[in-house]
Ligand binder design. Structure first.
Ligand SMILES: [Zn+2]
Length: 332
């Protein structure tokens, strides 16, 4: 049973901006709480939607768009209900880090969470057991984080047991967002992310990566803004979808062979750019050893084929760091 106390009433019509008080008892504050921001905006019957960002604290585009949305959106402009969380893992957001500095938790790896665990686990438990049962659709906006550079994409997620109707509805929604590339994830062996929690609850899961490198991408902010506007239009919450939207390209990550890893520590010299098409055995880059220039570089080759959609950002690598991953066209 959750110990998190909301200051908002999820059934109340109108607009409320408040907090989820996450208990965090420490030496300097025995009865302390983490005030995790939440807005609830409701106006009559209609779709029930959760929008979130800051699942990873170093991914900023969604945090910016949802913060503005909370300030600007008025209940009379919508039909239905919105639950908006712009700083979902608040300690990570405040630190600008992927994982929480309080408990080391990566929020998107700890679902279904634990009501008696650390703050990250408590937040996951609240999302899974309190918030997801209240909504039909969740959109969680990511942005690569400090270690990655992404070609922007919107995404949706299915499980092995998702119905055909659920898959089609998810695809129709994600294709309406106006993002040129759409990634479809069939989450067969995973249970630990927010999308997996949504799948368990039969909630349509929309996501996407809109930036990276620990910066704020202006084009990424614009893409997230457009995605939110069109999501609300597609669900009948606010506005109309523009006519004649171009069809996005649908891609998927087909398995472990889509990922390339550094074999040992050094300095990675990439051989590809985002969007490049590569085949099995093509060069991904070299690990070089500036501290020992007589030593030959170690090549890293792709084990799969497809388009380079994600690259590592920092130059230094440790053994096992992902230096790039691929995606391939998916027929749906
Ligand atoms: Zn993320």
């Amino acid at each position: 049973m959750t110990q998190i106390i909301p200051t908002v009433d999820f059934e109340q019509e109108g607009k409320q901006i408040g907090w989820l008080r996450v208990p965090h008892s420490v030496t300097r504050s025995a009865y302390g709480t983490l005030p995790l921001p939440i807005a609830v905006i409701r106006n009559g019957p209609g779709a029930q939607v959760m929008l979130s960002a800051g699942n990873h604290g170093d991914e900023y585009e969604g945090q910016i768009v949802l913060t503005r949305l909370i300030q600007q959106l008025q209940p009379e402009q919508i039909r239905g209900g919105l639950i908006i969380l712009p700083a979902l893992n608040l300690p990570a957001v405040l630190a600008g880090t992927r994982v929480s500095p309080l408990d080391g938790g990566n929020l998107n790896r700890v679902f279904p969470g634990d009501a008696a665990g650390g703050p990250t686990w408590k937040i996951a438990d609240f999302v899974e057991n309190v918030l997801l049962p209240k909504v039909d659709v969740i959109a969680d906006f990511h942005g690569g984080g400090a270690s990655l550079d992404y070609r922007p994409h919107a995404s949706t997620h299915f499980g092995p047991d998702s119905s055909q109707e659920h898959k089609q509805r998810s695809l129709d929604i994600v294709k309406a967002l106006g993002v040129p590339h759409v990634m479809v994830f069939e989450r067969r062996n995973k249970v630990i992310g927010l999308p997996d929690a949504a799948i368990r609850r039969g909630v349509v899961s929309i996501g996407g990566e809109y930036g990276g490198m620990g910066r704020v991408s202006r084009s990424g902010v614009q893409l997230v803004q457009q995605a939110v506007d069109r999501l609300l239009a597609a669900l009948g919450v606010k506005g109309e979808l523009p006519a004649g939207l171009p069809e996005p390209r649908i891609l998927h990550i087909y398995g472990p062979a889509a990922y390339a890893y550094a074999p040992e520590p050094g300095l990675f010299d990439p051989a590809t750019d985002l969007g490049d098409r590569v085949g099995v055995g093509d060069l991904c880059g070299h690990v070089l050893f500036p501290e020992n220039p007589a030593r030959d570089p170690v090549p890293v080759n792709f084990e799969g084929e497809g388009e380079v959609v994600c690259k590592r950002h920092p130059g230094r690598v440790e053994a096992g760091d992902c230096v790039a991953h691929l995606a391939a066209t998916l027929d749906v």
